[in-house]
Design a protein around this ligand. Sequence first.
Ligand code: UD1
Length: 337
Amino acid sequence: MEYPFRCGLTRMPTDSSKIGRDILSIYLVTGAAGFIGRSIAAALLARGETVRGIDNFSTGRRSNLVGLESMEFIEGDLAEPAACARACAGVEFVFHEAALASVPRSVADPVATNVACVDATLNLLVAARAAGVRRVVYAGSSSAYGDTPTLPKHEGMLPGPISPYAVAKLAGEHYMGAFSRVYGLETVVLRYFNVFGPYQDPTSHYSGVLAIFCRRMLAGEQPTIYGDGEQSRDFTYIDNVVRGNLLAAAARAEKVSGRMMNLATGNRITLNQTFEILSGLTGYSGKPAYEPPRSGDIRDSLADISLARELLGYTPQVDFREGLRRTVEWYRSGGGN
Ligand code: UD1
């Protein structure tokens, strides 16, 4: 992946509050041992940026930090204000990826999801403001749209969260907007749609479906489809999400601050079709098992990505099939174990 632009590395302070600060930008990535956080951190490091990561290893993995040795790392929990303060000191840009992902996990334990997604996000914003952080880019979730039949989902639609996870991620979005309006902290919300790719943990039953399917099918084990398999998703390869984040950090504040936008591909595919493609890529010759739909699941998901195109100049670089091919190769070569 190429990152043709840099943001902030050598920029001089633009307002008096930043005079005297180190002119090298420090980028904070929360959830840096998680799948998306580690991918953003790796891209920043590859561009020569100064990066700090924080993770409490609730779902992040120590093995995901391999290759990120030049990143300053804090083991800490954003639910504790002191950890947030430490993480934000001297930082200019924050990519807030830390969360307890998974709809079914939130159905099983809504309070834990709330603490990790809502309390932690508010603590982070308070610390970011106190530390003079310029911009927070937030990992929102397509789950905020809920199960409305209208496709594609566009940002003007009313949210309709149907799981505790969706509520928690949406609350974080609103905190971002409020901190921009009330305190002038620059914030950008990116609503991710079913991100997949290397470094996604395939080992938990709360993992994303593609990670689970890749692992099982490569091992010759039967995957389970919840429902009839005709539910569809706008599965988005990780490189596209990383690129969207870097663009969101670099975009002019007048254009993006306080805004929310979808980050996806603008295409959808059903689980049954995905299973067929994966059968070809993995060599799995069996059929899937079908079980009843999961509670809190939505039926179809597809993003309108025109706002991210307009505000960020974002276009997806890696399509679904190519992303899936790269992902299968990564798991095949032992990734995720
Ligand atoms: C949801 C959110 C997404 C969020 C993610 C976090 C929506 C549209 N999306 O994704 O923004 O980032 O949670 O985890 O709400 N499935 C199987 N077999 C399996 C596992 C899953 O059939 O072994 C099915 C699920 O029932 C679901 C689909 O695959 O219908 C996708 O599930 P999953 O990967 O968990 O993501 P979402 O719940 O769609």
